[in-house]
Write a protein that binds this ligand. Sequence first.
Ligand code: PAF
Length: 302
Amino acid sequence: MAEITLESVQDPGIGVSMKTVVNAAELREVVAGWRRDNLRIALVPTMGALHAGHLSLVDAARRHADRVVVSIFVNPTQFGPEEDLDLYPRTPSEDARRLAETGCDLLFLPTPEVLYPPGHSVTVEPGTAAEGLEGEHRPGHFRGVATVVTLLFNLAQPDVAVFGRKDAQQLAVIEQLVRDLHLPITIVAGETVREDDGLAMSSRNRYLDAAERRAATVLWRSLSGAQRLIAAGERDADLVRARLLEVLTSEPLVRVDYVEVVDTQTFRPVLEITAPVVVPIAVFLGTTRLIDNLALAPASAE
Ligand code: PAF
């Protein structure tokens, strides 16, 4: 059995204490104690480099449970071979301080060997919501997400798990996973938190140089343009896609990966906007890939 080492992060300013655990046995021990006390447990899975968007998920978790576990794990299996796994920002001390201040009760900070010990070979194949968009442009990404989220669910045994709407397709993939595998977990969706100029908060925003950061405002401009079009009664999804593309490509630093108008549940492209849709976009700014989306409803479906 792994050695048990429980650390505490004390925040003298607000008198909050948060435990940090690094292996599965430690996590199970703390969670089992809470279960014996009939406490409701929420899990917020993250990859760290926390920003206000993540902290709002922790706030949401606190509203739905008595105890909040946050995991920080940069999951190698959801990165493609050409992606930014090695560069991905890792700021565990700063993250721990912010989590302690936000009222997280337990930080789970596993190493890759804890979640994927030598010989680990079982993966979780996501369902149809993983087809297209991120699933198509990042092959294997959602298998990695579904696998690590299932591992985290099994270890933390949460009643509730919170995921951000910023990764709208990931949220649909997890909702489908929980539904199809009959997992007794309620999925709570956290709203996207935006900078003052509309840019969705993302750990990857810190890769942007000053010019790219200015150019990144085009994502929100394109999405709010689509919002205005649909609110004005536009039902032709191709026309909305074309308008998004026009706005995005007006910014010379942007290379568009995809723009779509998809069904909220299936994440399949729609032709006519007669029911609520999600408008997801993915672009490159230099080598940084950013995604964003808006859920929109035609006036009659609101
Ligand atoms: O959204 C993320 O940060 C990750 O995909 C998640 C859900 C923590 C799984 O690694």
